[in-house]
Design a protein around this ligand. Structure first.
Ligand SMILES: *Cc1c(COP(=O)(O)O)cnc(C)c1O
Length: 395
């Protein structure tokens, strides 16, 4: 039996989302910018999708801008706030050390341009506090960009509190909510979020489509130049099938959010209880504030890559850190940021669940992981040194 436990990397598209896409290929194939009937019918579908997504987030439809995914939304949000800040002589940004690369690499680009970025420490509780944001705000701060939930370790950040602080300080607040949308209840107005990034393929929608929520009155700069689509802020003929699939997937995720979260977190807790039995292991992530579906562990004395390959051979699809880091020799920046040393960070495993996973699958994982960990440890010279006392255990 194949067990798919890598839902934080991407999810399987739902039947509902797929069904919502088909009419856009077969019937609503007009260009929403065309004035003829075929175009206007497509335009109706586009605006209906926008309204339904806005409803799920608690904002107005005109505050939703469709993008090619979470990465583009992150880029556009951050660059927009930076350009606005620059005009006012403000070039300081606050973020965290464990953001997704779509955020971190955009910030690094701005640092080369002379922006200063404060990366909040995430070692305590594998999370940040609103107080840390409060203390980091300066008169020249032009943006706070803090993820809603971490994609590698599942920590859920205190977004509502941070929103209130940013609002009081008059600092624009962006959140990369790619792992949270469709999984946690979000209301952008109540949480004082000015900009929010989301991506359909993380909640059983299609890949290559996402959205940026941007509060009315906050100016966006274009990342893609061209036609006047998306109120002139994002050029290119709209990917209507994907957008309609995203709207259907989000509505479905929001309609079943509570029951899904209850089911998935019960599976998660079972998994955590089982994996915690493995000696010299440690769970990563904030144990109190965490996503329903993400479980991350470090096992001392093994290589995460070998672990993944052996689990795959047993039919289990998992991940070691983020998909973007695999294939590189550097351990995950997230695990280093929470304070794991290199050797320990290398032995990481992320299992990310969804409501399609079953108890039997969890049992299959709990049978396989301890076996594979033991097998790898028995072959490892590092493990031998730990056992003979030549080297000290860290975990
Ligand atoms: C997946 C992910 C992204 C990137 O989204 P894409 O749609 O794949 O570009 C950004 N941030 C987080 C937290 C993610 O998990």
């Amino acid at each position: 039996m194949q067990v798919y436990a890598d839902n934080a990397a991407t999810t399987k598209i739902s039947k509902t989302a797929l069904d919502a896409m088909m009419p856009c290929f077969e019937t609503y194939y007009g260009n929403p910018s065309s004035l003829h009937t075929a175009g206007q019918l497509a335009k109706e579908q586009l605006e209906s999708a926008r309204e339904r997504i806005a409803d799920c987030l608690g904002c107005e439809p005109r505050e939703i801008y469709f993008t090619s995914g979470g990465s583009e939304a992150d880029n556009q949000a951050i660059l927009s706030a930076a350009r606005l800040g620059e005009r006012k002589g403000k070039k300081h940004i606050i973020s965290t050390a464990f953001e997704h690369h779509a955020v971190l690499h955009t910030l690094q680009k701005l640092e080369k341009e002379g922006f200063e970025v404060t990366y909040l420490d995430v070692r305590e509780h594998h999370n940040i506090t609103a107080r840390q944001v409060q203390d980091a705000i300066r008169p020249d701060t032009c943006l706070v960009t803090v993820m809603y939930a971490n994609n590698e370790i599942g920590s859920v950040l205190p977004i509502g509190e941070i929103g209130a602080i940013c609002k009081a300080a008059g600092v624009p607040f962006h959140t990369d909510a790619v792992q949270a949308v469709g999984h946690l209840p979000i209301h952008v107005k109540q949480e004082n979020i000015d900009m929010l990034s989301l991506s359909a393929h993380k909640f059983h929608g299609p890949k290559g489509v996402g959205a940026l929520y941007c509060r009315r009155g906050l100016p966006l700069v274009n990342v893609i130049e061209g036609g006047a689509q998306e109120r002139g802020k994002r050029a290119g003929t709209e990917n209507l099938p994907a957008i309609c699939g995203m709207a259907a997937a989000l509505e479905e995720a929001c309609a079943h959010m509570e029951e899904n979260a209850a089911k998935v977190s019960a599976l998660r807790d079972r998994l955590i209880a089982g994996l915690s039995q493995i000696p010299h292991s440690a769970r990563n992530g904030d144990p109190e504030h965490c996503l329903p579906g993400i479980v991350s562990f470090c096992f001392e004395g093994i290589e995460g890559e070998s672990l993944l390959l052996l689990l795959d051979a047993k039919g289990i699809c998992a991940s070691s850190g983020s998909a973007c880091t695999s294939g590189s020799l550097d351990p995950s920046h997230v695990l280093l940021a929470i304070g794991r040393v290199h050797d320990v960070a290398h032995g990481s495993l992320r299992l990310s669940l969804c409501a399609d996973n079953t108890q039997e699958e969890i049992d299959q994982i709990l049978e396989a992981v301890p076996q594979v960990v033991e097998y790898l440890r028995n072959m490892s010279p590092v493990w031998r040194d730990l056992q003979t006392g030549k080297r000290q255990y860290i975990l």
